[in-house]
Design a protein. Structure first.
Length: 386
């Protein structure tokens, strides 16, 4: 067996985005490495193994509670991957752990690769030094959006940095018949009127979680985001049946909290349907495939919707969302959370809705290229294995 270890994203999370990344990486690597044994470093190993079982069975270990076992896996692996997701952020404890894992692997003579990663801003000198040390040890660096190239360069990365795409673009949605059963169970009728999905992102001005995962927004900015999202949802109720679809329903990142706040601000929340169950990424991609239109705040809402060619407007809360939309040539359909205004939002939604068939056709072409990029990334990873 060829053993590949992976660490860096929030693979212990119920967040469908992180799960989509891991599922896609597993499938892509298995196509290039027929005898792949994937070992995931996760603080909830059993949970990770359970959600991966239907896609590609993995082994999972907790780096927090089984560090010695993790280090043994690294010194005997054939490749260690940092990624996908955003493993580079300014937290010294996280960065010390990264350096320990990367350094141990390299001391054992094994290759290390960053796999389609993003990077957050680094403001502390210690954070920059630790991140630079890890970057200096890796054999190959690939990222998923242009801004990550600039941020890793600013940290002092000397090696070439290759731009690919988010691997989740290759994830296969659940079959249409199974998705219709899910929607029926949720009380949603398919076919009576167009389905329109809204996928908010829980954001907080003060929760420590935000420091590692999204830009800093004021309390007033987040209240404006809720207000404008409610206005957009009211506008969309005149175009179809609106579904609020959470990608994560677990604290501290529970999208249902935001959905409830937005519904309270709406004039026509009675015309909306709120999905409260936690579904996996293949189910969510399947739901998006049934939709005429998606308004996405979560990055992987935009990724999964575009992967099934559903026209999407994205509200960007950070460079990774904007970077992805530009990569798939949908920069005309980006809104920025820090500058949301009702008139501009409704004008852009109106334009995108009117042009949705053209957008769908453009995505069928663009996503072919995204698939090729994702496969090329996996091939580069496999090439490191001696």
């Amino acid at each position: 067996m060829t053993k590949v270890c992976i660490w860096g994203a929030w693979y212990e999370s119920a967040n469908a985005g992180d799960q989509a990344v891991l599922m896609a990486i597993a499938r892509l690597l298995s196509q290039q490495i027929p005898d792949l044994e994937l070992v995931v470093l996760s603080n909830r190993p059993q949970f990770t193994k359970d959600y991966m079982r239907s896609v590609y069975p993995v082994r999972a270990l907790s780096q927090r509670y089984s560090l010695l076992a993790v280090l043994r896996e690294l010194v005997t692996c054939d490749l260690f991957l940092l990624g996908g997701g955003t493993p580079f952020y300014d937290d010294w404890l996280h960065l010390v752990a990264m350096l320990l894992l990367v350094g141990t692997t390299r001391l054992a003579g094994k290759p290390v690769m960053t796999y389609a990663v993003s990077a957050r801003p680094f403001n502390s000198r210690s954070g920059r030094l630790l991140a630079r040390a890890s970057l200096g040890l890796v054999n190959l660096v690939t990222v998923r959006e242009p801004q990550a190239v600039d941020r890793l360069r600013s940290l002092g990365a000397r090696k070439p940095i290759y731009l690919f795409t988010d691997p989740a673009v290759t994830l296969e949605p659940l079959d249409d018949a199974d998705v219709r059963k899910i929607l029926s169970k949720e009380g949603v009728e398919v076919g009576n009127q167009p389905l329109v999905a809204i996928c908010p992102h829980f954001l907080s001005p003060d929760h420590s979680y935000r420091i590692h995962h999204y830009e800093e927004f004021s309390k007033e900015g987040i209240e404006q985001y809720h207000q404008v999202l409610a206005q957009a949802a009211d506008w969309l109720t005149n175009r179809g049946q609106v579904l609020f679809v959470p990608l994560n329903t677990e604290s501290p990142d529970d999208d249902c909290q935001t959905i409830d706040l937005v519904c309270d601000l709406m004039a026509h929340s009675d015309r909306c349907h709120v999905i409260r169950r936690q579904y996996g990424p293949r189910e969510i991609a399947g739901i998006f495939k049934q939709c005429e239109f998606v308004l996405a705040v979560r990055l992987h809402a935009a990724v999964l919707a575009s992967s099934v060619f559903t026209p999407t407007v994205a509200i960007s809360y950070g460079p990774k969302v904007e970077g992805y939309m530009k990569l798939v040539k949908q920069e005309a359909n980006i809104l920025h959370l820090e500058t949301l205004e009702k008139e501009h939002v409704l004008s852009l939604l109106d334009s995108a809705w009117y042009n949705r068939q053209n957008i769908r056709q453009a995505l069928t072409v663009t996503m072919d290229e995204m698939h090729r990029l994702a496969v090329s990334n996996a091939k580069m990873a496999a090439s490191l294995i001696g």
